[in-house]
Design a protein around this ligand. Structure first.
Ligand SMILES: Nc1ncnc2c1ncn2[C@@H]1O[C@H](COP(=O)(O)OP(=O)(O)OP(=O)(O)O)[C@@H](O)[C@H]1O
Ligand SMILES: [Mg+2]
Length: 444
């Protein structure tokens, strides 16, 4: 691209040079042409009979012909209509300038010529007779001069472009070398190696390298979190698996059918627990897959919450918990119904699991200033305010070790809410007791 641009600029410069060369050649040659016309004019005299006579000084023409293979023509005319001597068909110039020669371009015998015309008058002492001397020459010498000037500047220009190209080539190659080294260094890296790039690079790409480095830091953090998560998840699954093994061994050694049945019951509970953890992990995987959802279609949060509440009624009844629902009409939010169902299910499940027998749990959907608010409220023991922030983390559990769980429920709630631009808040329950978890979604 640089070369193309330089070539275009060079072309423009060349056209300008050509114009100037023509101008220069004309100025130089015109002066000689005028001198020759003047030399002839000096020799025009008035004869005794009043007519004009001229004795052409051949040196006057000689100074022209010596230039090149140019041919020279002339004519001398007296007062309008009278031709005195020279080439009668030679074109002259009608325009006159009393102070000097006038010049023009024309053709004569099929060749281009340059014409100079000089008006003077010869005097007898009594009266003066005007006359015009016209001198013309072919333009070979001028063209040669023009061509020589043009050729030289074209040559100079070509060398300049070539030189610039070489310099650009060397400079670009040299300054891109560090980028190549950078590319090699990254290509050779171990995929797990996320420490910052320390290659020396040109100033212009330092910003890029900084961006890549900060990205690597974030990537390292994300990978670390993933490793931590995988470790935690497998640890969580190992516990029920170990229980199942123990119970299987016990039932194998059981002396009575009763003992074997008891072991099977324990094992079955551990399987249910493992199943629950797996289900939660699958939900988390589904959230990750949803990480950049296109705008979800609107769904009615009232209907979703009512259905989820109905699903939990038998379990609540089994624990002697009064589970109720409040909410009217429809409240549309943009969310994925399965994931929102999971969110509500986790909250109701927690309330049933931790509020304790005899508690009452209320699921509520209300319109709020900031959007649509879903609340799950209970009057159980709740969570101490200072522990509410941390309880949202994955695998974080409360003191209640008796209830089986992995500590993923509230993390799932928060991640699903974030996915659909919702916000989770933990507050006190009804009458200052228990816990209210509220999730506010923007209204669709
Ligand atoms: N309604 C509630 N009342 C009192 N404590 C609660 C309530 N909900 C949650 N908690 C406390 O918060 C902890 C974290 O809850 P979360 O739902 O994240 O995990 P989990 O219920 O222990 O396990 P999972 O839901 O993965 O089976 C619980 O262990 C419990 O101690
Ligand atoms: Mg839970």
């Amino acid at each position: 691209m640089l070369l193309a641009a330089t070539a275009v600029i060079g072309m423009a410069a060349l056209i300008d040079t050509y114009r100037e060369a023509v101008g220069t050649a004309n100025t130089v040659s015109d002066r000689v042409l005028a001198g020759s016309a003047l030399a002839i004019a000096e020799r025009v005299v008035v004869a005794e009979d009043g007519s004009l006579e001229v004795d052409i000084p051949y040196v006057a023409l000689e100074m022209l012909t010596s230039a090149a293979q140019d041919r020279v023509f002339y004519r001398v005319d007296g007062p309008p209509g009278t031709f005195i001597t020279g080439y009668q068909t030679l074109p002259s110039i009608a325009r006159r300038n009393p102070r000097g020669a006038v010049f023009g371009d024309d053709t004569f015998r099929g060749e281009p010529i340059r014409v100079a015309a000089l008006e003077r008058s010869a005097s007898t002492g009594i009266h003066s007779v005007p006359f015009v001397v016209t001198v013309a020459e072919t333009t070979i010498a001028r063209q040669q001069l023009t061509r020589a000037i043009l050729l030289r500047s074209a040559l100079r220009l070509a060398m300049m472009i070539l030189g610039a190209a070489t310099i650009v080539w060397i400079a670009v190659t040299y300054s891109l070398k560090p980028l190549e080294r950078l590319g090699d260094a990254i290509a050779l890296r171990n995929p797990a190696d996320l420490h910052p790039i320390e290659e020396r690079v040109p100033e212009e790409v330092e910003g890029l390298v900084e961006t890549v480095n900060s990205f690597m830091v974030r990537l390292a953090a994300a990978l670390g979190a993933l490793r931590n998560f995988t470790g935690n998840a497998s640890h969580q699954l190992r516990t029920p698996l170990a229980i199942i093994r123990t119970q299987l061994a016990l039932s194998a050694r059981a002396a009575t059918l009763e003992e074997a049945r008891a072991a099977a019951r324990e094992g079955d509970q551990a399987v249910a627990h493992a199943e629950r953890i797996l289900a939660q992990l699958l939900v988390l995987a589904r959230i990750d897959a949803h990480a950049a959802p296109e705008e979800a279609a609107p769904v009615d949060l009232v209907a979703l919450a009512r259905a989820a509440t109905a699903d939990h009624v038998p379990r609540a009844a089994g624990r002697d918990i009064d589970l109720g629902f409040e909410g009217e009409g429809t409240q549309a939010v943009r969310a994925e119904p399965l994931l929102v169902g999971e969110l509500i299910g986790n909250l109701i499940g927690n309330a049933i699991a931790y509020a304790g027998a005899g508690a009452s749990v209320t699921v509520r959907v209300v319109a709020a200033d900031e959007g649509v608010r879903l609340e799950v409220e209970d009057d159980g023991p709740g969570i101490a305010p200072e522990r509410r922030g941390a309880i949202l983390e994955r695998f974080r559990r409360g003191a209640d070790g008796a209830t089986p769980g992995a500590g993923l429920g509230l993390a799932i709630v928060e991640e699903i809410a974030a996915l659909f631009k919702g916000r989770v808040r933990l507050g006190d329950g009804a009458g200052g007791r228990g816990l209210t978890v509220s999730v506010t979604f923007p209204q669709a």
